[in-house]
Design a protein around this ligand. Structure first.
Ligand code: GLC
Ligand code: GLC
Length: 634
């Protein structure tokens, strides 16, 4: 944030005058809103001013934003206001050890919103408390990037249902203890969004909603420093419009980046955000946060203003939808990932480093990088949480820090090449059956697609694959944060190569790991002699144990050295007892001598199997075995 404090009396008076004009015109006075306005107006002024005070009308824009927020609050349902009050009193509710997330595509997993509703009994069986429905808004067909190209934030894709159905689904989920998570795709809209259509038609007001230039001069200048995200789709960051102008498109050609240097765009998107909040959405997954601010001469990723923008959106929520949380999707260098995590910015964040290093450890059978990451990068501010996952709907990118790797004598570039060849089965002896994503011959960069089961070797050796799947999840379930399952993974679903002939999907290998609902596999989930049953039971066990283990709440972790390159360990401190998690990534049994455990009393219990152990005898872990030991520090 910049130096000057803008909470000057004139700004405040302007805002209050605008609000009182609105009230004279019919908006209800609301002491609750006024209390929060008192508390948050200085902050919002500071943030908004630091982005926009170069514009002569910035105070009017701010006043309009506050009025818009007051209106949205007035429209918020009494049920949601009750939830706001409940979460205001218990702001750390999402740190609970009963939290478990699931994510799915509405159409692929359940056909429609009604289909999702019909699966609520299953979600409860699994223990979900958080359901992320992949983008479900109106989008161009068939090119929609799985819904990430939004044509209207206020219309549900008619294939899936209606906004009315989304609202009632949100309420029913809540009644069943499940929070609804949807994406806020605010870096870009589809080229079919009304704003984009107007821009394409030459309307100057809406041309200013995007980064549009008459010729290549500015695009060439920007592209000096900007990396390509989807190089297989188009080179550079700009695409040519029909009238010859150039528009910024970081991702696909039909996803146009919004221009947040224009305060109209901020206000318009704040309106869309509050609209979604009022439908009963509990958590917004803030898509592509790294890219939302552009500045000539910079890489246009992770700029300080991107944080200011998120904080400003967060402050708007505090006024008009106080229980709404943000989850950051920043799949970038770990130093940058951490900067988005703050109660005043994004309370939740994907943990892409842990995700990538779980795969790295499975390939190398060496946990050094993962252990180092847990030691130095896991702990985050109080009142925030990781969302820990083994894989998502996206590719796996090797986003570890080269500096960290170098300390362990690992060359980042070479190591990524090894990991890519390992996971696309170009490395002799690999168990993994992944496919490349966005192979970029210019830079040597490449990422990986594949379901968890296929990457763990389900097609090669199902018994070992089951053990790898559980080992990987044992980490995501116990390091601290909300574990998030890609639904289908809990029954060991493999790659779906049919994607190649689906309209609009052929050129995007991520569809290989977005298969349809595997009905038959779900039918086998109760039979532990099948791979489906073994994975399902193993994950259910972890969920149940986690839910009754107070040490596993929150995110705080204390590192633990095993002096064994294949055995990962970390501690989760509790009140009197701690949990020591151990995970053997080797294909051989590993023995840890008694000295390793000299900080604890000898008697320990493995919470997963309920077996008692004497640490004074040392400990042997079988290949791919994981233990959650309740220990007593001495
Ligand atoms: C996010 C989504 C990804 C999408 C991109 C563009 O990274 O996870 O699936 O392609 O944003 O919206
Ligand atoms: C988005 C994309 C992902 C890409 C990342 C780059 O998250 O979905 O594929 O790796 O951006 O930052």
């Amino acid at each position: 944030m910049q130096e000057s404090v803008r909470v000057d009396e004139t700004t405040r008076q302007k805002v209050l005058a605008a609000l009182s004009r609105e009230r004279t015109a019919g908006l209800n006075p609301d002491p609750d809103f006024d209390r929060r306005l008192d508390q948050y107006l200085p902050l919002l002024t500071e943030l908004f001013g630091s982005l926009y005070d170069c514009r002569p009308d910035w105070q009017d824009q701010l006043a309009a934003l506050v009025v818009q927020s007051a209106r949205s609050w007035q429209e918020r349902s009494p049920e949601l206001k009750t939830l706001d009050a409940k979460h205001e009193a218990d702001s750390g509710w999402f740190l609970d050890n009963t939290m478990l997330g699931g994510v799915c595509y509405v159409d692929r997993y359940a056909e429609s919103l009604e289909g999702v509703r019909a699966r609520i009994p299953y979600f409860k069986e699994l223990g979900l408390t958080y359901l992320h429905l992949m983008p479900l808004f109106l989008a161009p067909e068939p090119h929609s990037d799985g819904g990430y190209a939004v044509s209207s934030y206020r219309k549900v894709n008619p294939k899936l249902g209606t906004m009315e159905q989304l609202r009632s689904l949100a309420a029913e989920l809540k009644a069943n203890g499940i929070s609804l998570v949807v994406d806020f795709i605010f870096n870009h809209t589809s080229d079919e969004h009304e704003w984009a259509r107007k821009a394409a038609a030459g309307d100057p007001e809406f041309s200013d909603y995007y980064w549009i230039f008459p010729d290549r001069t500015m695009p060439d200048a920007f592209e000096q420093n900007v990396r390509e995200i989807f190089p297989e789709n188009h080179p550079g960051s700009f695409i040519r419009m029909e009238d010859g102008r150039w528009v910024w498109a970081t991702f696909h050609t039909y996803q146009w980046d919004l221009n947040y240097s224009n305060p109209d765009v901020f206000r318009a998107m704040a309106g869309e955000m509050l609209f979604l909040a009022n439908q009963g959405v509990d958590i917004l997954r803030m898509d592509a946060v790294a890219f939302i601010w552009k500045q000539l001469g910079t890489p246009c990723e992770n700029l300080p203003e991107a944080h200011t923008l998120l904080q400003a959106f967060n402050a708007v929520c505090r006024l008009a939808a106080p229980s709404l949380l943000f989850k950051s999707e920043a799949i970038v260098h770990p130093d940058e990932v951490a900067l988005y995590i703050d109660p005043a910015e994004c309370q939740l964040s994907y943990n892409p480093l842990q995700m990538a290093l779980i795969w790295e450890s499975l390939a190398t059978r060496d946990v050094s990088l993962l252990a180092q990451a847990l030691e130095r990068r896991h702990n985050i501010p109080e009142g925030t949480s990781w969302v820990n996952y083994v894989r998502s709907h996206d590719d796996i990118g090797w986003t570890f820090a080269d500096e960290d790797a170098a300390e362990l004598g690992i060359n980042g570039f070479d190591h990524r090449r090894f990991l890519n060849s390992f996971y696309v089965n170009r490395f002799p002896g690999s168990f993994a059956r992944g496919v490349p994503f966005q192979d970029n011959p210019k830079t040597g960069d490449c990422r990986i697609s594949g379901t968890t089961a296929s990457l763990c070797g389900m097609e090669v050796d199902p018994a070992e694959a089951v053990e790898r799947i559980l080992l990987a999840h044992s980490v995501a379930f116990s390091t601290g944060g909300i574990p998030l399952l890609y639904l289908g993974d809990e029954v060991g679903q493999v790659n779906d190569y049919a994607y190649a002939s689906e309209p609009g999907h052929g050129a995007d290998s991520r569809w290989v790991h977005r298969p349809h609902y595997p009905a038959e596999q779900y039918d086998r989930r109760k039979d532990p002699s099948t791979p489906e049953g073994a994975v399902f039971n193993g994950l259910k066990r972890m969920t149940e144990v986690r839910a009754r283990t107070a040490e596993l709440a929150g995110t705080r972790l204390v590192d633990f050295a095993t002096n064994n390159q294949s055995v990962l360990a970390y501690q989760r401190p509790g009140w009197q007892t701690w949990v020591l998690a151990l995970a053997n990534f080797s294909d051989q049994a590993q023995t840890l001598p008694a000295e390793t455990f000299s900080g604890y009393s000898s008697a320990a219990v493995d919470l997963l199997s309920e077996a008692g152990l004497q640490l004074a005898e040392g400990l042997t872990l079988l290949p791919r075995q994981y233990l959650w030991l309740r220990v007593t520090p001495v």
